[in-house]
Write a protein of this length. Structure first.
Length: 173
């Protein structure tokens, strides 16, 4: 899942799982595979070398234990990606990541869980984004929102994400 906007994209490492399960699901290879996949997409489709910021899991990247996920997993993934010549920084403190992305010219913020990156992203961009499924042999694009069954027939749907999906499809076909 890559939530794409021309100004910034976000991608969560874990998706749609309870918060108390996130730390158990974050793995070194998941982070590396996700970032490499996004990096390939940016180079191949967008013709751009992406600049990544990898967020920590804990507030301010702090954990009272010596074996924090930031030290044991996230930092190791970042070092591995740097060796592969991918432009990556982190772990970045999640609470300031959306404040500093412009200053450091990040193209993609990679968070550890769904709402860590999607909630602030949607607060900034609303429905002006698309969902791109990576890792498939083809590009799968969809609007960045749910099906909205509760608003059917009420004439209140915001078509922005659908329009952006169509524009992006026409750009890359």
């Amino acid at each position: 899942m890559l939530i794409y906007n021309k100004k910034l994209s976000v991608s969560p490492i874990t998706t749609h799982i309870p918060l108390n399960e996130v730390s158990k699901k974050i793995k070194l290879d998941m982070i590396i595979k996700k970032v490499k996949s996004i990096d390939i997409f940016y180079k191949k489709i967008l013709k751009k070398k992406a600049k990544f910021a990898i967020l920590g899991l804990n507030p301010h990247n702090f954990s009272p234990t010596r074996k924090s996920i930031e030290k044991q997993v996230i930092s190791k993934a970042i070092k591995n990606l740097m060796k592969k010549k991918i432009d990556v920084s982190g772990p970045i403190s999640p609470d300031t990541s959306f404040v500093i992305y412009k200053k450091y010219k990040y193209d993609v913020l990679v968070g550890m869980y769904h709402d860590q990156v999607l909630t602030p992203f949607k607060a900034l961009f609303g429905f002006n984004a698309i969902n791109i499924t990576l890792g498939l042999p083809y590009i799968r694009i969809s609007p960045d929102h749910g099906v909205g069954t509760f608003i059917i027939g009420k004439k209140i749907a915001d078509p922005t994400s659908l329009i952006e999906s169509i524009k992006f499809f026409n750009l890359v076909k």
